[in-house]
Every structure is written in structure tokens, then in C-alpha cells.
Write a protein that binds this ligand. Structure first.
Ligand code: AMP
Length: 436
């Protein structure tokens, strides 16, 4: 019989462990996102991982809905792990925060859950920093969300990232004019999101769209490029007869002009671009790097979601940055983020009798803000020094009887392989101002 004590456990498929280096990188990116939030005036809120299924399912779109971690809790409530932040934010804005003055700028950071098929850069638990700008329908608000996304990508050290930008109002404007119900529009846009243009067109045809419209859509989904004014002109020409779609192109043009005036960004406009989430009403965008074919961030305008959750009609625009994918992109670009090398110290007593002194001196240094790893393995000095070397610890404090009798210790600079006797009260300063 198998010995139950020998059983080992594996991680659940699609989940991930962050070992120290990765955990450090995740937290550093979060820090950068919080700094960007400060720079742009966003306040952080913390919402629950578990929300009602109904709330999360309302407008996320079929793709995400079908992949939710949904279950009944012990009280019989139908709940789910959040697959995105926007529904929670819209819930708050429709209820507790409904009387907050607008604009409202909110940041959420945390983990999300989707039963996606695991692959490179796609996990079932993943992390986002999510910015929402609530209460403005103006293009300046859309521009701000794009600009702060640029600031984050730049501040983590990403290179060659590019924005792909479209506007759901263009395709929806055409489809509404053709009398397509919202449901059929959603399905068509989701097929386009997956680049299944043929299927999308046959769905639109079956839903009763005219031949003229089909030809137009066929042309429209091919219009893309980084010569922004050329692409916008082509789009305008195509939708001349569709008022709402035409206005959507104008809105897109206004936003792009604001963005380009403020920053030089690498932008491709894509008229056939659609995103899986159903709640978008205006511009939509994603961020890519050449090394990966998955989006690092995605966002857009959603003017009707708060209303749908029982709030006042409230225009809003937001973006979610995929932290796992930003990490992956940084690794691919060999530009991993690092802490600004804090000087760490290892404190080693020369004998067990000095353990207590070693602890006392370690506490003094920590009190001065110096990170200390104290020897806890009972090793001889030579062995512990070997370990400090292997870890790249820059300084070692050796606590010995003779120095101690004069209120001093030995401070060793590991890189220079030099050491000197230093008074305990001068130790912190000596480490901080090193090298010796
Ligand atoms: P979405 O909420 O679908 O607009 O996604 C926004 C961003 O979250 C994407 O651009 C990705 O960077 C990230 N993301 C979405 N799904 C996953 C996943 N399964 N694994 C890792 N990151 C994801």
C-alpha cells in the first residue's frame, strides 16, 4: 500500500507559483502602477475576489462568461471568482459611490480568475492593474487612459510596445442601421475578436443584413495601418452613409489627435478590431510587443454599464494591464526589473557563545534600516562566508570575542575581500557609506 505520508501535491492546472524573483517583479510592477495612479490622480480601491454570479455574468460577453469559476457558496448563493475588475467598479459606482463627485478616478490591483486554456502568458489566475475614469464622455478622458498606459509601459522598461486602436461604434453603427439586434451584434463582434471574419460575415448575413452592408464590412475589416490620417479617411469614406458609424470615426480621430499631440506613440488603427467584452461602446485598444502575440493590456469606453447596474447614466473609460504578461515581455526583452540594490548584510558569530551578541547587533542594524540576514545554521565562519559569497551579499559582520571586548566587530567587504574593525555604534554608518 502507498504510504500516505509520501504523497506529494501538484499545483492545480492553470495556477502559478511566484518564486522570490518573480514575486519581486510582480510587486515592483504593482508599485509602478501605484506610482502612475498617483501621477494621474487615481485612488486605489480594494474589491472582493468573490462577487455575485449575476453581476459578473451581466455584460462580460459569452467568452468570459463560459469560463468563470462559478459555484454556490455554503449559503446557497450563486457566486463566482471575479474574471475582471470593471463589473465590481461599476457596481460600486452604481451604489455606494453613486454620489461621489465626478470625474472619479479609480485603481484596482489584484488577481483575476478565468478557466482559459493554459498556455504561454495565459493562466487561470492572473494579475492586473486596472484604471477606470468615470463620469466623462469627453475624448480627453479616453486620451488620458491611453497616455497613462503608455506611462506604465515606459516606466517598467518595456521597449517597442505598440497600441492597436479601434472603435466599436463603427461596426455597431453599421450593424444597428442594418437592423441587427444587440445580441447578434455581440456574437458578430466576438467572432471578429477571434479574427473569424468569414463566420462573422455569414452570421451578419443570416441576421438579415443587406449585400451592400456585407461588401462594406468586408472592406472595413481590412482597413488598418499606422498612417493614422490615411486610415481614418478610408474609414470615413466607407461609412459616409452610416451616421452613427461616421460619428464614431470622428470620435476616434479626436482621441487620436489628443494623444498624438501629448506623446509620440506607436499606434496602428484597425477598423475591424473588436474585443470580447460586451460592454464597450466607444474606443477600444490593446498593447503589444513584437516578442509576443498576446495583448499586454486592453481597454476601452463603456458608457452604459453603470446604468445597467442600476446607477445614473454614467460615461466611463478604463484599461486593464496584464501584469503576468508585462513580466513575460520584460523577460523576453531581457530587461527584468530589479530593486535598486539595497545593501544587505550577513551577521556571523565566530562561536555559538556569541549567538546572542550576533542577534543584538543584527537588531541594531535593522533598527537603522539595514537589511540583515543573521547566521542561523550554526556554521563555522568559513562556511558561512562561502554562503554569503554565493548569495552575493555585499557585506559581512563577523562577531568575535576579541573585537567585542572593545565594543567592535569585523566588517568585511565581500567584493573587495577587505576587512576592518569597526565600533558597533559606527557600524550602520560604515555600511551605508562603504566601500571600505
Ligand atoms: P481583458 O480583461 O480580457 O480585457 O484583459 C486585459 C488584459 O488582462 C489582457 O490584455 C491580458 O494582458 C490580461 N489577461 C487576460 N486574460 C489573461 C489570462 N488568462 N492570463 C494572463 N493574462 C490575462
Amino acid at each position: 500500500m502507498e504510504n500516505p505520508a509520501m504523497k506529494t501535491f501538484k499545483m492545480v492546472r492553470g495556477m502559478r507559483d511566484f518564486l522570490p524573483e518573480e514575486a519581486e517583479m510582480l510587486r515592483l510592477i504593482e508599485d509602478k502602477a501605484r506610482r502612475i495612479a498617483q501621477l494621474y490622480g487615481y485612488k486605489e480601491i480594494i474589491t472582493p475576489v468573490v462577487e455575485s454570479y449575476e453581476l459578473l455574468a451581466a455584460k462580460t460577453g459569452e467568452e468570459v462568461r463560459a469560463r468563470m469559476y462559478a459555484f454556490k457558496d455554503l449559503g446557497g448563493r450563486k457566486v463566482a471568482l471575479r474574471p475582471e475588475f470593471t463589473a465590481s467598479v461599476a457596481r460600486l459606482v452604481a451604489t455606494t459611490m453613486r454620489n461621489e463627485p465626478k470625474p472619479l478616478r479609480l485603481l484596482c490591483i489584484g488577481s483575476l480568475y478565468r478557466y482559459d486554456e493554459p498556455q504561454k502568458g495565459r493562466f487561470r489566475e492572473f494579475w492586473q492593474s486596472n484604471f477606470e475614469l468615470i463620469g466623462s464622455e469627453k475624448p480627453e478622458a479616453d486620451a488620458e487612459i491611453i497616455l497613462l498606459t503608455n506611462s506604465l509601459m515606459k516606466s517598467v522598461g518595456l521597449k517597442n510596445y505598440a497600441f492597436k486602436i479601434g472603435h466599436v461604434g463603427v461596426l455597431r453603427g453599421i450593424l444597428s442601421r442594418e437592423g441587427l439586434a444587440e445580441d447578434a451584434q455581440n456574437r458578430a463582434l466576438q467572432l471578429m475578436d477571434k479574427k473569424q471574419y468569414e463566420d462573422a460575415l455569414s452570421l451578419v448575413k443570416d441576421a438579415g443584413a443587406s449585400e451592400k452592408c456585407l461588401t462594406l464590412l468586408q472592406k472595413m475589416v481590412k482597413v488598418r495601418g499606422s498612417n493614422i490620417s490615411k486610415v481614418l479617411n478610408e474609414m470615413k469614406k466607407l461609412v459616409e452613409k452610416y451616421k452613427e458609424a461616421y460619428e464614431a470615426v470622428n470620435n476616434l480621430a479626436e482621441i487620436l489627435e489628443l494623444v498624438s499631440e501629448a506623446q509620440k506613440l506607436d499606434i496602428t488603427v484597425d477598423a475591424g478590431f473588436a474585443r470580447g467584452l460586451e460592454y464597450y461602446t466607444g474606443i477600444i485598444f490593446e498593447v503589444y510587443v513584437p516578442e509576443l502575440d498576446i495583448a499586454l493590456a486592453g481597454g476601452g469606453r463603456y458608457d452604459r454599464l453603470v446604468e445597467l447596474f442600476g446607477g445614473e447614466p454614467t460615461p466611463a473609460v478604463g484599461v486593464a494591464h496584464g501584469i503576468d504578461r508585462i513580466m513575460l515581455a520584460l523577460q523576453e526583452q531581457k530587461a527584468p526589473l530589479k530593486f535598486q540594490g539595497e545593501k544587505t548584510v550577513m551577521v556571523i558569530p565566530v562561536s555559538e557563545a556569541l549567538n546572542q551578541e550576533a542577534l543584538r547587533i543584527s537588531e541594531i542594524l535593522r533598527g537603522e534600516g539595514i537589511p540583515v540576514e543573521v547566521e542561523v545554521m550554526g556554521r563555522k565562519v568559513a562556511k558561512a562566508l562561502e554562503d554569503a559569497n554565493r548569495r552575493g551579499t555585499p557585506y559581512v559582520v563577523i562577531v568575535g570575542e576579541r573585537e567585542l571586548s572593545e565594543g567592535a566587530v569585523t566588517l568585511r567587504n565581500m567584493e573587495k575581500k577587505e576587512q576592518s574593525t569597526v565600533k558597533i555604534e559606527e557600524l550602520a554608518k560604515a555600511i551605508r557609506t562603504g566601500p571600505h
